[in-house]
Design a binder for this molecule. Structure first.
Ligand code: AMP
Ligand code: MG
Length: 414
């Protein structure tokens, strides 16, 4: 491919690569689909969710105790109140509270008419049919007013919000049973290489088990994709062409691993140029330099290098932004920085993503501990890491205490 620079760009920076990827997915927003709230964790909200009533819907008690009028409270010592009834959460409607009277109340029960304060059980004493209440409670205390969490009409969750467990709780408390979320981009994963064998199958000479199918497959799902299908493909141009075309017919995104470098059996770049379009090839990144972004039929193609760590790192840095943009993710990932616990001598000018553990100290400093195994074939380094640390382009030597950007890996903190 001697004329490759004329056909498509090569050697982009990570930022340029990401910008081109995000631009290419702009017109590929996933349609909304309804799902049960119980099934919606991790999904991206497709419509704003407003409170259609106050939450809570009525003033209620924050504690177990006695509801009364704040103006009747003693300022010193103790005062005796007449017990006129009781009200439990979800149950009875209580009688109004008048001067120097109180009602026994449990947490979450509606405040009886007239009452505006709850005295916790611990500050009371039962005295025959009456309740002795000690000074110390302020008027209005231990009451949750209507609408204190959400006011009727207020925006509770904006379109593009990631549905965390707590946000599912918010939707449910608003009375929402089904919610519109972005459809998950459908991914077909192709792992390529004559050396690959499925786990459980015996290994022939020179063969390895196909680990990318599992690490990348799970990573893609944890980044919001639906792993629609996986296929293992031989290093054979005809087989690859067939697999790519079938994948493109079924997928929003095709993600492949292997066969994208400049070796004798690396057929992908030529093939994609023939049957589709290469948007760019090779990024100034380590690991993962041979990364290719292109298109086959209507599907976008992310061709990741076969080295397990390279595939993982490029998926986190270059495929994730596409999955987020397609789903309309509105919240930018938290920018995290840490100090290096050990010095690094980076001998090249590319951006490097190193595997690291994260550790916070008692002074509030986050430390990144680079893993000893940084080889791009050593999956163990990723398995034992919490994050990728980004060593910027150009710079060569990093000292202990230098501040670096860190990208937490999915699942962190464990
Ligand atoms: P390639 O990018 O095809 O040149 O592969 C680079 C390295 O990654 C080689 O050592 C391959 O054996 C290895 N490799 C490729 N695909 C996989 C896979 N699916 N699982 C584990 N290792 C792989
Ligand atoms: Mg290969």
């Amino acid at each position: 491919m001697s004329e490759e620079d004329d056909i498509f760009p090569t050697g982009l920076s990570v930022e340029q690569a990401r910008a081109r990827i995000v631009a290419a997915v702009q017109a590929r927003n996933m349609p909304a689909e309804p799902v049960e709230v119980s099934m919606a964790v991790g999904r991206i909200l497709a419509q704003d969710a407003h409170a259609t009533r106050d939450i809570p819907g009525f003033a209620n008690s924050a504690m177990d105790g006695f509801a009364l009028r704040g103006m009747d409270l003693p300022t010193t010592g103790e005062k005796s109140f007449r017990l006129v009834g009781e009200v439990f959460a979800g149950g009875s409607i209580a009688m109004p509270v008048v001067a120097d009277a109180c009602v026994r109340i449990t947490t979450g029960a509606p405040l009886p008419p007239g009452a505006d304060t709850v005295v916790v059980k611990e500050n009371t004493r039962i005295e025959g049919g009456r309740i002795a209440i000690a000074a110390g409670t302020k008027p209005g205390e231990n009451v949750r007013p209507a609408g204190e969490d959400f006011r009727c009409g207020e925006l509770a969750l904006a379109r593009g919000a990631r549905l965390t467990p707590a946000r599912l709780g918010v939707l449910a408390s608003l009375g929402v049973a089904r919610v519109a979320v972005a459809r998950r981009p459908r991914v077909v994963l192709l792992t390529t290489g004559d050396e690959l064998t499925a786990p459980g199958e015996p290994l022939g000479f020179g063969q390895i088990h196909d680990s990318n199918r599992f690490s990348l497959g799970a990573l893609l799902e944890s980044l919001g994709a639906q792993l629609f299908r996986h296929e293992r493909v031989r290093d054979d141009p005809a087989a690859l062409r067939d697999a790519l075309q079938r994948a493109a017919a079924d997928a929003d995104l095709v993600v492949s691993s292997g066969g994208v470098s400049a070796g004798e059996a690396d057929f992908l770049p030529r093939l994609v140029a023939d049957i589709g379009k290469v948007h760019f090839w090779k990024v100034r990144i380590k690991p993962g330099m041979p990364f290719l972004f292109g298109q086959v039929g209507g599907a976008l193609l992310f061709a990741l290098p076969g080295n397990p760590v390279s595939g993982f790192a490029t998926c986190v840095t270059l495929v994730k932004p596409a999955l987020d943009a397609m789903r309309g993710v509105a919240e930018a990932p938290t920018q995290l920085h840490a100090r290096l616990r050990s010095a690094i001598d980076k001998r090249h000018a590319r951006v490097e993503f190193q595997r690291a553990r994260l550790e916070g100290d008692a002074q509030g400093v986050l430390w990144a501990l680079p893993h000893a195994r940084q080889g791009s074939g050593m999956l163990r380094g990723v398995a034992e890491a919490d994050a990728l640390i980004a060593l910027p382009e150009g710079a060569h030597e990093f000292a202990v205490g230098d501040i670096v950007q860190v990208l937490p890996l999915p699942g962190w903190p464990a």
